[in-house]
Design a protein around this ligand. Structure first.
Ligand SMILES: [Zn+2]
Length: 247
């Protein structure tokens, strides 16, 4: 009994350590991008990091928003290494480090939610140009199949932003938008805790649905399937609903 308990403690500790390392990596990636963004000319660009906005489904956390006279850049950072595979419309992308595969949420889709949240707070501005960018660490090799030119590495970020040169508004408007953004930033400690709590409780609800063979995305039935990468659970409403989960 004692040894079982000891094992559980060790496994628990290990899991906590891994979660901590993943978070730390994410944090360092955001810091690296933050540093790059501070070099943008201050009379044309205003940078906001780590913004929490209201979304249709609760709140959404955005790594970086750059307001500028050329448009609004919305940047999702991924501090990953290894080979990155993914298609534009997939739910998940794959990181491959020497054959060890890890799935993560398609960042283009993630960023789409961010764009929607930003559109919402600037709904009174006509034809606002919002440019989503996904930036991966230079230690990754991107083998993704996407039509967007804006899935890039950190080192390409400044040039990519600089490639937008059509002036869309004057700098006074940009500054005013900054004030609106700050007003809408619900990033207080309380909101952040609430945000994490919602994610956890949604995860619990989804797991319960999956355990009962109910698709968490559309409410359809889940069925066992066989694929290239082994067995998985898929939604019976495929291809309308593309929910899958590995088993
Ligand atoms: Zn479904």
């Amino acid at each position: 009994m004692f040894f079982i308990l000891l094992d559980l403690l060790l496994i628990g500790g290990l899991v906590a350590l891994i979660i901590h390392q993943v978070r730390l990596k994410g944090y360092l990636g955001e810091k690296a991008v933050e540093k790059i963004l501070t070099t943008l000319p201050k009379d044309q660009y205003v940078v906001y990091n780590n913004i929490l906005l209201q979304s249709d489904y609760g709140t959404t956390q955005i790594d970086h928003i750059v307001l500028s006279v050329f448009g609004v850049f919305v940047i999702e950072t991924k501090n990953y290494q290894g080979w990155i595979f993914g298609n534009e419309r997939d739910d998940y992308w794959t990181q491959n480090i020497y054959g060890k595969k890890t799935r993560f949420k398609n960042p283009i889709r993630q960023n789409y939610g961010h764009v929607k949240a930003i559109e919402r707070i600037f709904s009174d501005i006509d034809a606002l140009e919002i440019i989503p960018i996904v930036a991966f660490s230079g230690r990754s090799q991107l083998k993704v199949n996407v039509s967007s030119e804006n899935v890039i590495t950190f080192s390409q970020l400044k040039d990519r932003i600089g490639s937008y040169t059509v002036k869309m508004m004057n700098f006074e408007t940009v500054l005013k938008m900054g004030e609106v953004l700050i007003k809408n930033n619900i990033d207080s400690k309380e909101n952040r805790i609430e945000h994490n709590r919602t994610i956890k409780s949604n995860l619990k609800k989804n797991n319960l649905k999956i355990a009962n063979n109910v698709c968490p995305r559309c409410g359809g039935n889940l069925v066992n399937r066989n694929g290239k990468y082994g067995r998985f659970i898929g939604c019976s409403n495929y291809p309308k609903c593309r929910f899958t989960k590995k088993i």
